[in-house]
Every structure is written in structure tokens, then in C-alpha cells.
Design a protein around this ligand. Structure first.
Ligand SMILES: Cc1cc2nc3c(=O)[nH]c(=O)nc-3n(C[C@H](O)[C@H](O)[C@H](O)COP(=O)(O)O)c2cc1C
Length: 426
């Protein structure tokens, strides 16, 4: 993994071997350099993921809700952020190290929770978690991951955060047990997702006839026929299971039993009452995810949240929701250092990271970028995205001049200085 703490010339790609001589990096022969040539951007990885996977699986990950407007809005808002560079400064010493809730991480980006990631490619959760542990970036495990809390804790002990969807039945018996298990397994932070009061209408999934477990129809069989590598991997590994719920249904529960349990019991809004209750049950850092209104951020802080994750679920829940980069500044202002403000939504480069840090986020999260990279190039692909983010953030920090401004990434709430705050328009 890239030694991100070491000062480095931004012109040297992180993790790449020393060039043999001459200008350019085209001749490098390491695996890292090969991936860098083949997939210079996250978009290249997504294109490869699309070629390797059946349409219903790719669309499930890539898609938003309704007309995908929120998804597009997230990207456009990031693209619209300008940063006026400052020159003539000594920007040779660049570090991307970040502190979050008292822990050091290598980069101001983590892996956002993604349920049913194993549909895009088997073993996605465990492979991405392993890569996150290597890279020292936060890994947020979804309640509806295709592995268990205990497995992720073993794989990624230093970077493991847990995301909860509520299971309200029996006075939240299962929700509270999931919190207990996460705490026992050593999860560093608990993330409560607020933005799924109801299931949303993911038009692509409806159109593609997506069901879990997968049932072959003429249409889905046709999709699979074009993705033989995916079909083989699925045959070898079996269909993705919601493994966190095996503890409640027993190891003999079928994939269909687990899916029905999730569909029927994991429903309804996570209310502020529940946030208060889960706050009591959890002794570590608590993050409330899916916040877009400053008043909701205020409520979360009043209930004892340590972090606010500004998110619209990657444009997957409410198509009229504002872009997260647009909603961010008002929330940063309202929170005023009382909690750590985080953000996600279409983050796909190191420049995107600097853009949201400049708007006051302490760190960002990315979902699809990591999952697409895994489907495109396996665990090496995830390592590669981390190197891309690192390299691009270093360049952006140097190019903007932020690197010379005594900027500390990941400042603790209330600390003077704060995260990178380069000048930006508008
Ligand atoms: C395939 C997929 C599954 C997701 N599952 C969850 C989940 O289980 N829990 C959750 O809080 N958010 C979930 N999200 C939302 C992400 O955590 C995150 O907010 C969003 O994906 C960020 O946008 P990006 O993917 O464009 O980076 C999911 C997103 C995707 C793409």
C-alpha cells in the first residue's frame, strides 16, 4: 500500500515503482502501474465492471431512484465546485493522514455501507474490507452485507465501522442485538441510516426483474449469458446471503428465508426515538447518516450524535433530494464543530475529496467507486482506487496551495484550523 504519510512529490504516482528513466510512467511494469495504465480513473473501472457483470447486477449498483436525477445532481454539484489555486508556495510536503473520532486513517475517505454488494461480484464485502484494512481507511459494513459482523471484525479490526438498519419487531430485539454484536466485535463507530423510511422505487431494478435470491427468467438468463465469468464465480461461491441474520434464523436458513426476513422485518422509519435508544445502547462514536436538512443535523447533535453523514444514499432514495455537496455548507455551519461532518455521494477522485473538504466536511465516503473497482479488477482493483484517491488528493492539495497552508485533515470537532479550506466559488 502507498506510504501516504511520507512526504512525496505529487508527480510520483503513489505505489508505483521508480521509473526506469525518461519522461512519463508508461513503461512501469509493476501490477500497480499496469492497473494505473488500464484504469486511469474510477470511470474506467466502472466501464469494466459493466462489461463483466449481468445488467441486473450492474444496474442495481449503478442506479438511483425514479429518473436518476439525484444521482446526476450529486455529480454536477461536485463538478461545479471551483477551487482557486494559490502558487509560489512550498507544497512539497503533503500528507493525507486524517483523524476521525480519535483514530488515525491514511486518507479522508472511507468505504460507505453497501448492502447486497455480493450481487455485483461474490465476496465483495470481505475483499473490500481486507483492502480497507491494508489501506487504513474506514470500512462501514452494511446490516444487509453478505457476510457477518464477526467475519468483518476479524478481517478489518482497525477500520471496522458498522451501519444499522432497524428491525423494529419485538421492541427492537434484533436491532439491539446487532448493536451488541457490533460492540462485542470491536466496531469503532455505529452509523444509523435515517433515509429509508420506506422502500424506494428503483426503476432499473423493477425493469430488470431483480429478485433475491436470483430466479432465472428469459430476460435474466440472457443477461447472465453475457457475463460468463460472473456466472462461474456465482456457481462456485453460491448466491449472496444476508449472513448477519443467520444468528436469528439459524445456519440452516435458506438464502430465500434470509431474504424474506430482511424484506418483511427490516422495515419502517428509524425515528428519533430510536436514535435516542440506540445512543444509549452504544458506547462508541455514533454517526447519523442520510442527513440533508440543518434542523435534522441539529436534532441528531442534540440526541448525542458524534458525527453527521450528509448523504442522499447515492441518489437511491428520494429523487428530489438536493445534491450532498450543495447541502453540506449549511449543515457544517449549523453543527458548528459540535459533531464531525462527513459526506458521501458520487465521490470518485482525489479532487472530489478536496472539493468536499473545502466545503467543510472532515472526511468523505465512497460506495460505488470501491465496489465497481472490485468487480472490475478484484481486490487489486480496490487497492488501485485507494492509490488513485491518494495520488489525486496529493496533486490537488499541492496544486490548490492547500498543502502549504498548514492544513490539517480530519480536525477534531471544535478544533481551530479545521480541514482543508481553500478558496472556492461560488
Ligand atoms: C449497491 C448499494 C448498496 C447500498 N446499501 C446501503 C446500505 O445497506 N446501507 C446504507 O446506509 N447505505 C447504503 N447505500 C448507500 C451508500 O452507503 C452511500 O450513501 C452511497 O452509495 C454514496 O454514493 P456513491 O455510491 O455514489 O459513492 C448503498 C449504495 C449502493 C450503491
Amino acid at each position: 500500500m502507498a506510504g501516504v504519510a511520507a512526504p512525496a512529490s505529487p508527480a510520483t504516482p503513489a505505489g508505483a515503482a521508480k521509473p526506469a528513466g525518461g519522461w512519463g510512467t508508461g513503461g512501469l511494469s509493476t501490477e500497480a502501474a499496469r492497473l494505473r495504465r488500464r484504469f486511469p480513473t474510477v470511470a474506467d473501472l466502472a466501464a469494466q465492471a459493466r462489461r463483466r457483470t449481468p445488467r441486473f447486477a450492474y444496474d442495481f449498483v449503478a442506479g438511483g431512484v425514479n429518473d436518476d436525477l439525484g444521482l446526476v445532481r450529486n455529480r454536477r454539484a461536485l463538478d461545479a465546485i471551483e477551487i482557486v489555486p494559490r502558487y509560489g508556495l512550498d507544497v512539497r510536503s503533503v500528507t493525507t493522514e486524517t483523524t476521525l473520532f480519535g483514530r488515525g486513517y491514511a486518507l479522508p475517505v472511507g468505504v460507505a455501507p453497501m448492502g447486497l454488494a455480493g450481487l455485483l461480484w461474490p465476496d465483495a464485502d470481505e475483499s473490500i474490507a481486507r483492502a480497507a484494512q491494508r489501506a487504513r481507511i474506514p470500512y462501514v459494513m452494511s446490516t444487509v452485507a453478505n457476510t457477518s459482523i464477526e467475519r468483518i471484525a476479524a478481517i478489518a479490526p482497525d477500520v471496522f465501522w458498522y451501519q444499522l438498519y432497524n428491525v423494529p419487531e419485538n421492541d427492537h430485539a434484533v436491532s439491539l442485538d446487532l448493536i451488541r454484536r457490533a460492540q462485542a466485535a470491536g466496531a469503532h463507530a455505529l452509523v444509523l441510516t435515517m433515509d429509508v423510511p420506506v422502500r424506494s422505487k428503483r426503476v432499473r431494478d423493477v425493469r430488470n426483474g431483480l429478485v433475491v435470491p436470483f430466479r432465472p427468467t428469459l430476460r435474466t438468463a440472457w443477461d447472465v449469458a453475457w457475463a460468463p465469468g460472473w456466472a462461474l464465480a456465482m456457481l462456485r461461491k453460491g448466491q449472496p446471503r444476508f449472513r448477519n441474520f443467520e444468528a436469528y434464523l439459524g445456519p440452516d436458513a435458506s438464502t430465500a428465508d434470509l431474504a424474506s426476513f430482511v424484506f418483511q422485518k427490516m422495515t419502517g422509519p428509524l425515528t428519533w426515538d430510536s436514535v435516542a435508544r440506540f445512543r444509549e445502547a452504544w458506547s462508541g462514536p455514533l454517526i447519523v447518516k442520510g442527513i440533508l436538512h440543518p434542523d435534522d443535523a441539529e436534532t441528531a447533535v442534540a440526541l448525542g450524535a458524534d458525527g453527521i453523514l450528509v448523504s442522499n444514499h447515492g441518489g437511491r432514495q428520494f429523487d428530489a433530494a438536493p445534491a450532498t455537496a450543495s447541502a453540506l455548507p449549511a449543515i457544517v455551519e449549523r453543527v458548528g464543530g459540535r459533531a464531525t461532518v462527513l459526506v458521501d455521494g458520487s465521490i470518485s477522485s482525489g479532487l472530489d475529496l478536496l472539493r468536499v473538504l473545502g466545503r467543510g466536511a472532515v472526511s468523505a465516503f465512497a460506495g460505488r467507486a470501491f465496489l465497481m473497482a472490485y468487480a472490475a479488477a478484484g481486490e487489486d482493483g480496490v487497492d488501485h482506487v485507494v492509490r488513485l484517491f491518494t495520488e489525486e488528493l496529493r496533486v490537488a492539495l499541492a496544486q490548490s496551495g492547500a498543502a502549504a497552508m498548514g492544513v490539517t485533515l480530519g480536525a477534531a470537532p471544535g478544533a481551530a484550523g479545521g480541514p482543508a479550506a481553500p478558496h472556492h466559488h461560488p
